[in-house]
Design a protein around this ligand. Structure first.
Ligand code: 3HC
Length: 286
């Protein structure tokens, strides 16, 4: 199925990144946020990163303007009615996701593909809120979405071949490297990465190493592009704790459970870059 128009629901860091990829790839994109102000904020964020590309000579100014112009904003889910593919990137809570999918099911064309960017929930459970679970897939992007090449294309229990391959092809079209997998807790990368990052946080206390030294260790001793503390700050302490809780609930493997130190940070509002403080402190830009 050819994707001519795409909807992105939720324009936070992930949704805005996904919308950026779509408009850069020449796809007409409708972005939906709960308020016009949040939508504008996402458009500014996209324009900012594209302007950086212009400044670095990676993109022409007219191309930037055309790309930004491909994004239309709405607060009304009804405006997604004629989209060929809708990617959901709203809050990581099952109830709101299921409600949204039930609504998308009612108002989009029967042949539209509905995708979720969830990292913590079962795509099958989200799909069960619709009358067309065969057209629901996972498209799990990594943070920051415009920079991380991977997208996991997740086949839920009832996903049919055609929408699954449509999502895979769309991932390639927007410049990502897709991989195919089934709907299991953590899918592929988070199943490995989340317990690994939890181990890293536990090592902070066990080895009495500072976050700076731990980051230096993993960067220089294991070739990581950024250290684990920097990475958890980037992902968001709250997001990481939530994903760990969800994985632990499903697998009951102790390494999946969020380390108490991270839970305490989350409870204290130290959420990483977005709150200005996590393992590190960040300036106004975050
Ligand atoms: N969106 C769009 N563009 C962005 C961006 C963003 N969020 N952040 C940065 N950029 C642009 C900027 O314009 C920047 O250039 P500038 O600094 O000159 O303005 C440009 O990208 C390049 O940025 P960097 O110079 O910082 O790029 P690096 O070469 O240092 O690489 C990185 C950055 C790709 C993030 C690299 O450090 C990396 O691979 N880190 C690991 C990230 C990772 O592991 N992510 C996965 C997290 S787990 C996850 O997402 C799963 C989820 O379910 C929890």
């Amino acid at each position: 199925m050819e994707i001519r128009k795409i909807g992105v629901v939720g324009l936070g860091a992930m949704g805005a990144g996904i919308a950026q990829l779509c408009v850069e790839a020449g796809v007409e994109t409708v972005g939906r946020e709960v308020t016009a102000e949040l939508g504008e904020r996402a458009r500014d964020r996209i324009a900012h990163f594209l302007t950086r590309k212009v400044e670095k000579g990676q993109l022409g100014e007219p191309e930037r303007d055309t790309a930004v112009g491909r994004l239309s904003l709405t607060t009304d889910v009804g405006d997604l009615a004629d989209c060929d593919l809708v990617i959901e990137a709203i809050v990581e809570e099952l109830g709101p996701k299921q409600e949204l999918f039930a609504e998308l099911d009612r108002l989009t064309r029967p042949d539209a593909v509905l995708a979720t960017n969830t990292s913590a929930f079962s795509v099958t459970e989200i799909a069960s809120a619709t009358t067309r679970p065969e057209r629901v897939v996972g498209m799990h992007f990594f943070n920051p979405a415009p920079l991380m090449p991977l997208v996991e294309i997740v086949r839920a229990e009832l996903t049919a071949d055609e929408p699954f391959e449509t999502a895979y092809a769309f991932g390639e079209r927007i410049g990502k490297t897709p991989i195919r997998c089934h709907d299991t807790p953590g899918f592929v990368v988070n199943r490995v990465l989340i317990p690994l990052l939890n181990d890293c946080v536990r090592v902070l206390d066990e080895a009495r190493v500072t976050p700076e030294d731990l980051d230096t260790g993993l960067k220089n001793g294991a070739g990581w592009p950024m250290g684990p503390c920097t990475l958890v700050d980037l992902v968001g302490i709250d997001v990481h704790v939530h994903a760990s809780d969800a994985l632990y609930e499903k697998t009951r493997e102790p390494r999946m459970a969020p380390p108490p130190r991270l839970v305490a940070m989350r409870n204290a509002g130290l959420l990483g870059r977005k709150s200005g403080r996590g393992f590190y402190r960040y300036g106004a830009e975050g």
